[in-house]
Design a protein around this ligand. Structure first.
Ligand SMILES: CC(=O)SCCNC(=O)CCNC(=O)[C@H](O)C(C)(C)COP(=O)(O)OP(=O)(O)OC[C@H]1O[C@@H](n2cnc3c(N)ncnc32)[C@H](O)[C@@H]1OP(=O)(O)O
Length: 205
């Protein structure tokens, strides 16, 4: 049987879920890295803080919840050319999908969806027909995207939010938990509520 190797960058809460999906899919986890010198263990794995050696590694999977950090890591490291898809996810065979994405338990992706690279499609999210999700996006748990929604680069749709059909959410914007989005959202803003309204600009960290 082919041995599938993976190195993981990130050792926080999100990384725990990524690790368990990789285990479920029979990946061999070579090493786990985190820049925080106070983090030396995750689950039952040791964590290396020597990120210099990570530049030499292949198949690095970015288990980082911060969308901007996944983008900057993708410019530094040899990223994984595969996706980690939980076996319980239901994904239309007509989905086009890049690399480095994690698709968690209970996700449903319907017909003709496009997903870029290094996205998080979190637990039980539903992405309906013809949606387009660009790179470095995070679709949080229990989000519902209706048909033909476009989520631009680096945006985060917060837990439990709903987005009406044909809506576009601008790059790096944040949709608050539980929001109901019925109008297009420009780039670099935070929106909350029902109906979702802009409350501030996004400061990228
Ligand atoms: C597995 C996982 O954990 S995946 C991660 C899932 N997590 C999420 O989806 C979190 C999404 N984030 C949120 O909802 C955040 O509250 C944000 C991004 C919308 C705002 O966060 P902050 O920038 O820290 O704003 P802050 O907490 O200061 O709130 C600003 C105002 O908006 C209000 N507000 C914040 N979030 C929401 C929300 N989701 N819905 C309604 N109002 C909200 C606050 O009450 C506050 O109002 P006030 O000024 O009248 O007091």
């Amino acid at each position: 049987m082919e041995i599938k190797n993976i190195n993981i960058l990130g050792a926080g809460g999100h990384a725990k879920v990524v690790i368990e999906i990789a285990e479920e899919l029979d990946y061999k986890i070579n090493e786990i890295y985190d820049q925080n010198p106070e983090v030396s263990k995750i689950l039952d794995y040791n964590v290396s803080n020597n990120l210099e050696t990570l530049t030499e590694k292949e198949n690095v999977f970015f288990a980082l919840g911060n969308n901007f950090n996944r983008k900057s890591s993708s410019q530094k490291y040899h990223f994984a050319n595969f996706n980690l898809v939980h076996p319980s996810a239901i994904i239309s065979t007509r989905t086009k999908i890049g690399v480095g994405n994690v698709i968690m338990a209970g996700v449903v992706i319907n017909s003709s969806v496009k997903i870029g690279s290094h996205c998080i499609i979190n637990t039980s999210a539903c992405i309906d027909h013809d949606c387009e999700i660009e790179d470095f996006v995070h679709i949080s748990p229990n989000v519902a995207l209706a048909g033909n929604v476009k989520i631009k680069e680096g945006a985060q749709v917060g837990i439990g939010a709903s987005v009406k059909q044909n809506i576009t959410i601008g790059s790096w914007s944040v949709i608050g938990a539980g929001a109901v989005v019925i109008n297009d959202v420009p780039e670099n803003v935070v929106v909350v509520g029902n109906p979702a309204k802009i409350i501030k600009s996004v400061v990228l960290k």
